[in-house]
Ligand binder design. Sequence first.
Ligand SMILES: Cc1cc2nc3c(=O)[nH]c(=O)nc-3n(C[C@H](O)[C@H](O)[C@H](O)COP(=O)(O)O)c2cc1C
Ligand code: SF4
Length: 495
Amino acid sequence: MTAKSYLHLGSVHGVESFQRHLNEYQIAIPCDAELTAGDSSPLAQPLSLNGIKIGNRFAIHPMEGWDGTSDGKPTELTFRRWRNFGRSGAKLIWGGEAVAVLHEGRANPNQLLINEQTKGDLARLRDVLIDEHRQATGSDDGLLIGLQLTHSGRYSQPNVKGRPEPRILYHHPLLDKRLGLNADYRLITDGEIREIIEAFHKSARIAREIGFDFVDVKHCHGYLGHEFLSAHTREGEYGGSFANRTRFLTEIVEGVRSGAPGLEIGVRLSAFDTVPYRPDPERSSPGKPGPGVPEPFESLLPYRWGFGVNVQDPVKPDLTDAVRFFSLLRELGIRLVNISAGSPYYNPHVQRPTLFPPSDGYLPPEDPLIGVSRQMSAARALKKQFSDLLIVGTAYTYLQDFLPYVAHAAVREGWVDCVGLGRMVLAYPELPLHAIEGRLPDRKRLCRTFSDCTTAPRNGLPSGCYPLDAYYKKSEMAAQLNEIKNRYRNKNAEA
Ligand SMILES: Cc1cc2nc3c(=O)[nH]c(=O)nc-3n(C[C@H](O)[C@H](O)[C@H](O)COP(=O)(O)O)c2cc1C
Ligand code: SF4
């Protein structure tokens, strides 16, 4: 199977053809045939929940650019990205991007940091976003802006590009191997966890001081918050029972409530997962990865290293964990939830459905529309059970030309409260505004999931939409990225 085997959405003309395709293959994705324009569009409807007001139904997901300074401040590229987020017209800015609460928890040496030295620059990031939003839409009424706070845990790489410095909570039989960690590799101690929790408290106080409406205590994509949820085998206060595995969150929330009163708290969650994937060794050759297949897990059953997986068959998602976690969020008074899935490090097809994988990835093991449907269906099921929580859905970018029609239907039918956009906004920041106006998207600007925004940072370059954003396309960085991609291609040819 190759990427060529799946329907290329760019070649589908007309929403009716797309609807027929969904019906024929029984893919559960709602899709309206027409867009309502302007104030009566479902996408234009304001939301109000216990005092939280959001002016429309588009959210921008956090997206970092690997482009901060070594001391964690934004650069012109970072400002440019945040301006684009503001220009999108989306009224919910979910986090901006992952910002590390401690240097050693940075995912790369260019990740933003939050502390007394960076707070002025982070405040300016928020300001430029608001200015741009006002210019694009005429008003910042109903604009809700959060900051995503993170510690990268197992995926920490704070000092040197390409030199991981994992901070792990437990030994994972499959992920440890990938990182080359021995059985005696040191675990984070309970004392260190308390210091990290303190750092979250301090960061939230700063975020409130500089005007953010909420902080997202990141629990997704394999980073530290997410790893806690699957720390079944960890001993001590932060592992084992559900109460222990969620103690990190509850202790962060306690300290934020007392130290930063009035600041809302949100959580971005990988609501389900699967085992790590790799290119099928049978169908790969050097430099030419095959389709993704799960790492062998048969000797590891029942599987005790996942959150949101069926323990007897861990390639299958199971929302039981997420339901329990959502009940806890409700108890903690957390009302803002952004649903994601899996991890870009070990099962990217689940997290970020893509037709053309990054150069170090694997070919899609399924039609990426199935991946979209999986995330949308999970969000729908959770929204049904937790109607009092404000739920943001993920994985819409792959829908390309049909994104506005699916977003329209998803909100109209109550699958989610807000439609979150990631890659599409790197390629085409104005898409949300155009969708609300009922305009057909500009086809030349649509993200076609070429993955350069992932390939670039994997190779030490800043992220961005190299194929479609003129700023990157014409840059020196684009020449470097081309060289890197050529090297991969030549490897292919030699193989
Ligand atoms: C370049 C890039 C950077 C990202 N950075 C973050 C991040 O900082 N925090 C986060 O939670 N997710 C991050 N993500 C994941 C996106 O927020 C989103 O979940 C993912 O791209 C799927 O949504 P999409 O299909 O609309 O792109 C990033 C994705 C990309 C492509
Ligand atoms: S590089 Fe551009 S087109 Fe490719 S996936 Fe990223 S945003 Fe989409």
